[in-house]
Design a binder for this molecule. Structure first.
Ligand SMILES: [Mg+2]
Length: 325
């Protein structure tokens, strides 16, 4: 199976390997190192190379740090790790990552092929966990998989796993202020734009024209800002504002999931939005962060994929790396 994975990578350069870009561009590593060969060393004319053991040599030798691994090499290395491991952990955001955005939020079903790949990965032993800002039951309904994978909803404030639903309780003051903020906006006529969740309230403007979007944003800021503080934070996301209880986020869920598995288990997190940056940071140095988005942006992720084609290619590579014949 590893041979199949390698065949997908061999013979291609990082620039033409589909989906194997870093967030900064086609041929750069995530920390800015060039993935192309460094320029040849050219000595100035009339200068000779000092003998290695001469005093001059010892004073002038400068050690240049090696550039980070090329993006394709990172994935090759990750694929080898996947193939060798007994366990693998794949963590996924939902909206914008596995499913395209829709104005009608309950119409956001996965890209064709996603469910089939996830079902194969689960069947062949990969631990698949979804971590979403949505309520977990909504994600389960939209995903439509039986059995459903483990789903953490509301940025880690609730969990649906093996048919069991659990909530982490909020402090009463947090709950009360979230409810009041929602009630205020509902009274101002924004009820259809609100999403009441456990631990947060989101105000959406997706699908609104520019003027309406601005009006929603102003109303949201006017309501959320006065009640935000150390225990409730105002966040911007791709398509709205959210007032969210502090204490849980996607990064914390990633850290908890990593604690459940053996230290060397290969792990990846795929996400698209600002809320996924907590998860990318939690995974840094421990796994592969993958930004899934039509355009790159500043991110703590390791590589960038354009959905849906490159997302499906990534799942395909994962399947081929872990499939037991
Ligand atoms: Mg998302």
């Amino acid at each position: 199976m590893l041979g199949m994975w390698l065949r997908n990578v061999r013979g291609r350069t990082p620039g033409n390997l589909p989906g194997l870009r870093s967030p900064e561009g086609d041929v750069r590593g995530s920390r800015g190192g060039l993935t192309t060969s460094p320029p040849p060393l050219v000595l100035p004319q009339n200068e000779s190379v000092p003998e290695p053991d001469s005093p001059q040599a010892s004073m002038e030798i400068e050690i240049t740090p090696l550039p980070p691994l090329p993006v394709a090499a990172r994935l090759l290395e990750f694929g080898v790790t996947l193939a060798r491991a007994d366990q693998q952990l794949l963590m996924l955001d939902y909206d914008g990552t596995l499913a395209p955005f829709r104005v009608e939020r309950m119409e956001a079903v996965p890209y064709p092929g996603v469910k089939e790949y996830l079902a194969t990965l689960i069947a062949t032993g990969t631990q698949v966990v979804l971590i979403s800002g949505r309520m977990s039951k909504e994600v389960a309904a939209l995903l439509g998989m039986t059995p459903a994978p483990e789903i953490w909803g509301c940025h880690g404030w609730e969990r649906l796993a093996g048919g069991e639903y659990t909530r982490i309780p909020l402090a009463p003051k947090q709950e009360e202020r979230i409810f009041k903020a929602g009630y205020t906006l509902k009274n101002e006529g924004f009820g259809s734009r609100l999403e009441f969740k456990h631990g947060s309230i989101a105000l959406h403007w997706r699908g609104a024209d520019e003027a309406e979007q601005r009006a929603i944003e102003i109303a949201g800021l006017r309501t959320f800002e006065p009640v935000s503080g150390p225990d409730l934070r105002l966040h911007r996301f791709d398509g709205g504002l959210e007032l969210r209880a502090t204490g849980r986020d996607k990064g914390l869920v990633v850290r908890e999931l990593l604690q459940r598995i053996e230290p060397n288990t290969p792990a990846a997190y795929l996400g698209d939005d600002q809320t996924d940056e907590d998860a990318f940071r939690a995974l840094a140095g421990r796994g592969l962060g993958v930004l899934v988005r039509s355009e790159p942006r500043d991110t703590a992720a390791t590589i960038w994929l354009r959905p849906p084609e490159e997302l499906l290619q990534f799942f395909d590579l994962w399947c081929k790396s872990t499939h037991q014949p």
